[in-house]
Ligand binder design. Structure first.
Ligand SMILES: Nc1ncnc2c1ncn2[C@@H]1O[C@H](COP(=O)(O)OP(=O)(O)OP(=O)(O)O)[C@@H](O)[C@H]1O
Length: 895
C-alpha cells in the first residue's frame, strides 16, 4: 500500500504477513531498478509511535472522528474581507476585542490606574489648602492653646497687689500657677526636667518695686514693677505673657474679679507685592497641584507601556502582524482605546477637583482649560510610551523605570527650573532656553501648563481685587496703577485673562510644542514599525562594516548543488519556480554568525524540514523568513514577494507557529482564535465557528474557554498551531510545533500537515522529533552552526549517510543455549559482515555497516533461517535511522 508519494519519493507500507515474498520482490526491484528509474531504496522499521497509535492510545476512536473533520475540509469558512474598508473594520474589531479583554481580565489593576490621579488630588488638597496664599488667620493670645501650662509667679516687694491679681487671673482662667523664685527655680527645673519646662512653662511674672527719682519734684519714690517672663520656644509666648500682665493690672485697677482684656494677633492681609512673589515662587495651591498631578500622571501614563511590553516580549504583536493586521490599524486602535481610558481618568480628575471647589479649578472655564492641558499632554505622551515599550523586556520593570524617568523629566525638572528662575540666582539667560527645550518633554509641559494657567488665573484675580479697591476711592485703572510697583504695573497693566497667550504665563507654547512632539513621535513610531529606521541603520552599518557569509569548505555535494542552482537562477525564475526561495541568507548578531549563506528553494506540495541541534540557527532562519529579524546579507522571496521590502504582502500568504507560544495570557483560546480570524478577514460568526472546528480538530475543545494562562503547555502549542492554520495560508512555518503535544495529537497533527501539504501548500518546519520529520518532510536539511550540512529527502540522506542496516532475531522462549549458538553460527556463516551488537535472553541484535549487501540477500538469509531453524520466532530488518545521520552531523555543533 502506498503510504506517501512525493515528486521524488514513494513510500510503501509492507504487510508483515507477506514477509516470505520480500526477497523475491526486492530481487526483482534491484534487477529492474535502472529500467524503473529507481536511484536507491531503503527499508525502515515500524516506529514505537506507530505501535502506540495502533494498540495503546485511548484516543484512537476520537482520532478516527478527527480524520472526518480534517483541516483540509473545504467546508471550512474562508476569509470574506481580503481588502478594503470592511477588512479594516474587521481588524479594528479584533484590536478592540484584545484591549477590551485585557481590561476586563485585570480590572483591579485598571481601577487602581483610573483612580490614581483623582486620589492624588484628594490627598494633596487638604494640606495644600493650609499652605496656600490665604491671609493668615487671627489668633487670640491666651494660655488655652498650650497643654497644661504652669505659670510661675514670684512675689517680691509687691506694692499694688498686682501679684495677687495676676495669680487670681490665672486661676480664674483654670490654669496652674506656682509660687517660687523665678530665676533659681527655672535654672533648677531646666537642669532636672528640661522637657517639662519647654512644654509646660510658657509664661511667668515677678512683682517687685523699683526706686525711681522723679526729677520734676526732686523726690525718690518706690514704684511697683512687673517683670514678665516667657518661654522662648512658642512663637506667641512674649505677647501672651504681656497680655496676661496687662489684664492683671486692669483687673486690679478696676477692682473687678471677672474682668479680662482679650488680646488678638490679627496680621494684615498680604500686600499685593507679596502675593505676586508668592505666586511666582509657586507657593500656591494651584502650583502645588501642578507638581502633584504631574507626579500622578507620570505613573498613569507609564502604566500604558505594560501591556505593550507584554505583547512585544511574548511576540504576540509580531504574530498579529504576521496574521496581517495593518500597522496603522494596530496603532490607531491602540491609541484610541488607550485614549478612551485616559479620558475617563481626566473626567474623574475633573470631578474630584470640582468637588473641592478650589479657586482656579471650579468654573466651567477653569475646568475646560484644565481639560485642554490634559488632552495635549495625552496626545504627546502616548506615542512616547509606545516607543519606550521597545526598550524593555519585563512589563513591571518598564513601568518602574519609565515612571522614574517621567518623574525626573517632569516634576523634578520643573521644580529645578522654577528654583533657577528666582531673581536671586540671576540665571534667566539659561532658564529661558532651557524651559523651551524642556517643553518638548510631555510631563514637563504638563507641569508647566497647569502652573502657568494657575499663575494667569491668580494674576487676574489679584488685579480685579486691586482695581475694585481703587474704584471704591474713585480711581480709574490708570490712576490706580500709578502708585504701584513696576511688577504690579507689568502684570495688571496689560490686558489680562488670556490663558492661551504665547509668553509666560500662557499655555500657547505648551500646546504647540506638545502637538508637534506628538506628531513627531507618531512619525518615529511608524518609521520604526515600517522598518524604515532599521533598514537605514543596517544599510549604514553594512556600508561601514560589511558582513558577508563565510565560504563553507566541508559542505555536502547536495548543498553545493542546491546553492549553485539557486545562484544561477534569475529572480524571475526563482519566484516562478519556488514558493519560497532564499539566496545566501545570512544573519549576524553583532559579530556572531548565526546563519551562514543559506540557499534553498521550496516548491508547492513540499514539506521542508530544518533539523539541527540547539543553537544551530533554525529559529533565526524562521525569524528572517517571517520578518521578526532582518537579514544581514542575502535575499529571499515568498510567493514572489521580496522578504526585504514586501514583508506586509508576505504576511498575507503565510501562517506561522513560532517556537514559543506568542499568546496573550488573559485571553481565552476562543477569543484568541476569533481575534486572529477577524484580523484575517473572517466574519465574526465564521470566526466563532472556526474556533470550534480548529479546537475539535486539534483536540483542545475542552479548553476552548480557558484563559491561555490556565492552559497546559501542550494545549497552548495546539492553540498556536490552530492560529497558524487560520485562513488557509499558502506557506506554513512551524517552529517545533508538536513539542509538548501528547502522542495522539502529534499523530493527528502530522496527518493534518500531510493533508495540507497534499493540497499544494508549502510547509517549512523545524522539529527535534526525528520521526516527525521522517513522517512529514519531503526534503530536509541538517543545520550545524548556521550552515546546511546535508540536504535531500529522508531516504536519500539515509542511503547517503546512514550506511548499513540493523536486524533483530527473536528467539522462542523455551529455546536452549545450544539453539542460540546455532542461530549465531548461521548468521556468521551467511552474513559474515554482520556484527552482534546486543544479546538478550530472547533477542539478538546485529548491525551491518557494509552497504553493499543487497536488501534481497539479507531478507533471503533471514527468511531461510526462520524456515530452517525452529527456534527463530520472528525477525525484523531495517535501514540505519535518521537519528544516526543527525548525530553524525550535529556532534560538530558548537556548544
Ligand atoms: N537576539 C539574539 N542575539 C544574539 N544571539 C542570538 C539571538 N538570537 C539567537 N542568537 C544566537 O544565534 C544562534 C542560533 O539561535 P537559534 O535560536 O536560531 O537556534 P535554534 O537552532 O533555533 O535552536 P533551538 O533548537 O534551541 O531552538 C544561537 O547561538 C543563539 O544563541
Amino acid at each position: 500500500m502506498i503510504n506517501t508519494n512525493t515528486d521524488s519519493e514513494l513510500t510503501y507500507l509492507l504487510p508483515e504477513n507477506r514477509v516470505n515474498v520480500f526477497e523475491a520482490m526486492l530481487t526483482q526491484l534491484e534487477g529492474e531498478s535502472s529500467n524503473l528509474g529507481v536511484q536507491s531504496y531503503g527499508i525502515s522499521l515500524t516506529t514505537l509511535e506507530d505501535v502506540f497509535m495502533k494498540v495503546g492510545a485511548d484516543h484512537t476512536q476520537e482520532l478516527n472522528n478527527h480524520q472526518d473533520l480534517s483541516l483540509e475540509d473545504d467546508s471550512l469558512p474562508k476569509p470574506i474581507y481580503t481588502s478594503g474598508i470592511r477588512l479594516i473594520k474587521n481588524q479594528c474589531s479584533a484590536m478592540f476585542l484584545k484591549k477590551y479583554k485585557a481590561i476586563q481580565r485585570s480590572w483591579m489593576l485598571w481601577i487602581i490606574h483610573l483612580c490614581l490621579p483623582p486620589l492624588f488630588v484628594i490627598l494633596i488638597m487638604a494640606p495644600s489648602r493650609i499652605i496656600g496664599i490665604n491671609d493668615l488667620p487671627a489668633m487670640p493670645l491666651t494660655l488655652d492653646k498650650y497643654h497644661d501650662p504652669v505659670t510661675l509667679v514670684e512675689s517680691g516687694d509687691d506694692l499694688g497687689g498686682y501679684y495677687d491679681s495676676f495669680k487670681k487671673l490665672i486661676q480664674w482662667k483654670n490654669h496652674n500657677v506656682t509660687d517660687g523664685a523665678i530665676i533659681s527655680d527655672m535654672i533648677r527645673l531646666t537642669r532636672d526636667t528640661p522637657n517639662l519646662v519647654y512644654k509646660h512653662y510658657i509664661v511667668g511674672a515677678s512683682f517687685n518695686s523699683n526706686v525711681i527719682q522723679v526729677p520734676k519734684y526732686n523726690v525718690i519714690m518706690k514704684w511697683p514693677t512687673i517683670n514678665v517672663w516667657f518661654n522662648n520656644d512658642p512663637y506667641h509666648s512674649p505677647a501672651t505673657a504681656l497680655s496676661l500682665a496687662l489684664s492683671a493690672v486692669f483687673r486690679k485697677i478696676k477692682s473687678c474679679s471677672d474682668c479680662d482684656i482679650q488680646f488678638t494677633n490679627d496680621p494684615f492681609p498680604f500686600s499685593d507685592e507679596t502675593q505676586v512673589n508668592q505666586i511666582v515662587k509657586g507657593e500656591s495651591r494651584g502650583q502645588q497641584l501642578a507638581v502633584y498631578l504631574t507626579c500622578a500622571f507620570a505613573f498613569t501614563s507609564c502604566f500604558y507601556t505594560m501591556f505593550l511590553i507584554k505583547e512585544n516580549t511574548c511576540k504576540s504583536r509580531h504574530l498579529q502582524f504576521v496574521a496581517g493586521v495593518k500597522i496603522y490599524v494596530f496603532w490607531i486602535m491602540n491609541f484610541l482605546c488607550d485614549f478612551a481610558t485616559y479620558l475617563v481618568i481626566c473626567l474623574l480628575t475633573l470631578i474630584t477637583l470640582v468637588s473641592f471647589q478650589e479657586d482656579g479649578y471650579k468654573t466651567v472655564e477653569d475646568l475646560s482649560r484644565f481639560l485642554v492641558i490634559l488632552l495635549y499632554f495625552g496626545w504627546a505622551f502616548f506615542p512616547m510610551v509606545y516607543i519606550a515599550a521597545y526598550f524593555f523586556d519585563v512589563p513591571a520593570n518598564g513601568f518602574a523605570r519609565m515612571s522614574a524617568i517621567c518623574y525626573c523629566a517632569g516634576v523634578l525638572a520643573f521644580d529645578i527650573i522654577k528654583i533657577m528662575k528666582m531673581d536671586a540666582f540671576n540665571l534667566k539667560r539659561v532658564t529661558d532656553p532651557l524651559h523651551y527645550i524642556m517643553l518638548l518633554i510631555p510631563h514637563y509641559s504638563l507641569a508647566s501648563g497647569i502652573s502657568e494657567s494657575f499663575v494667569t488665573f491668580s494674576y487676574q484675580k489679584m488685579c480685579d481685587v486691586l482695581f475694585d479697591r481703587c474704584a471704591q476711592v474713585g480711581l480709574n485703572k490708570h490712576d490706580c496703577l500709578r502708585n504701584m510697583t513696576k511688577k504690579i504695573v507689568d502684570i495688571c497693566g496689560s490686558p489680562g485673562g488670556n490663558y492661551y497667550k504665547w509668553d509666560s504665563p500662557g499655555i500657547a507654547r505648551n500646546i504647540l510644542f506638545s502637538i508637534i512632539v506628538g506628531f513627531a513621535l507618531f512619525c518615529i513610531l511608524f518609521l520604526i514599525e515600517y522598518d524604515t529606521v532599521t533598514r537605514l541603520v543596517q544599510r549604514i552599518i553594512f556600508k561601514f562594516r560589511p558582513r558577508y557569509p563565510i565560504e563553507n569548505t566541508d559542505e555536502d555535494s547536495d548543498v553545493t548543488e542546491e546553492r549553485r542552482r539557486i545562484r544561477d537562477m534569475t529572480t524571475a525564475e526563482l519566484t516562478t519556480t519556488y514558493d519560497l526561495a532564499v539566496k545566501d541568507l545570512t544573519k549576524y548578531y553583532k559579530k556572531f554568525l548565526a546563519v551562514n549563506g543559506l540557499c534553498l528553494g521550496v516548491k508547492r506540495y513540499e514539506c521542508f524540514g530544518l533539523l539541527g541541534a540547539n543553537g544551530a540557527g533554525k529559529t533565526t532562519t524562521f525569524k528572517m523568513m517571517t520578518g521578526d529579524e532582518t537579514m544581514t546579507y542575502g535575499e529571499g522571496w515568498i510567493k514572489g514577494y521580496r522578504l526585504r521590502t514586501e514583508m506586509r504582502q508576505v504576511h498575507r500568504v503565510i501562517g506561522y507557529c513560532p517556537q514559543f507560544d506568542a499568546l496573550l495570557d488573559d485571553m481565552t483560546a476562543r477569543e484568541t482564535i476569533v481575534m486572529f480570524s477577524l484580523i484575517k478577514g473572517f466574519l465574526p460568526s465564521d470566526a466563532n465557528y472556526l474556533a470550534e472546528r480548529l479546537s475539535q480538530d486539534l483536540d483542545f475543545e475542552a479548553h476552548l474557554d480557558k484563559q491561555v494562562k490556565q492552559m497546559s503547555g501542550g494545549n497552548k502549542r495546539k492553540l498556536s498551531t490552530a492560529i497558524a492554520l487560520i485562513g488557509d495560508p499558502s506557506i506554513l512555518f512551524f517552529d517545533e510545533p508538536t513539542s509538548g503535544m501528547d502522542p495522539a495529537t502529534k499523530h493527528f497533527f502530522r496527518g493534518a500537515v500531510c493533508k495540507i501539504r497534499d493540497k499544494g501548500k508549502c510547509i517549512v518546519l523545524t522539529s527535534h522529533a526525528l520521526e516527525e520529520c521522517e513522517a512529514l518532510c519531503t526534503r530536509l536539511a541538517i543545520m550545524v552552526n548556521g550552515n546546511f550540512k546535508c540536504l535531500g529527502s529522508v531516504q536519500h540522506l539515509k542511503n547517503k549517510f546512514a550506511k548499513g542496516c540493523t536486524f533483530s532475531i527473536k528467539i522462542k522462549k523455551d529455546a536452549s543455549d545450544v539453539s542460540t549458538r546455532t542461530i549465531e553460527s548461521y548468521i556468521e556463516e551467511n552474513l559474515p559482515t554482520a556484527n552482534l551488537r546486543e544479546k538478550h535472553e530472547d533477542l539478538l541484535t546485529y548491525s551491518i555497516s557494509n552497504s553493499d549487501v543487497a536488501w534481497s540477500k539479507m531478507f533471503g538469509v533471514l527468511e531461510e533461517g526462520r524456515r530452517s531453524i525452529n527456534e527463530i520466532e520472528d525477525y525484523s530488518l531495517g535501514q540505519g535511522s535518521l537519528e544516526q545521520v543527525f548525530l553524525s552531523f550535529t556532534k560538530k555543533q558548537n556548544s
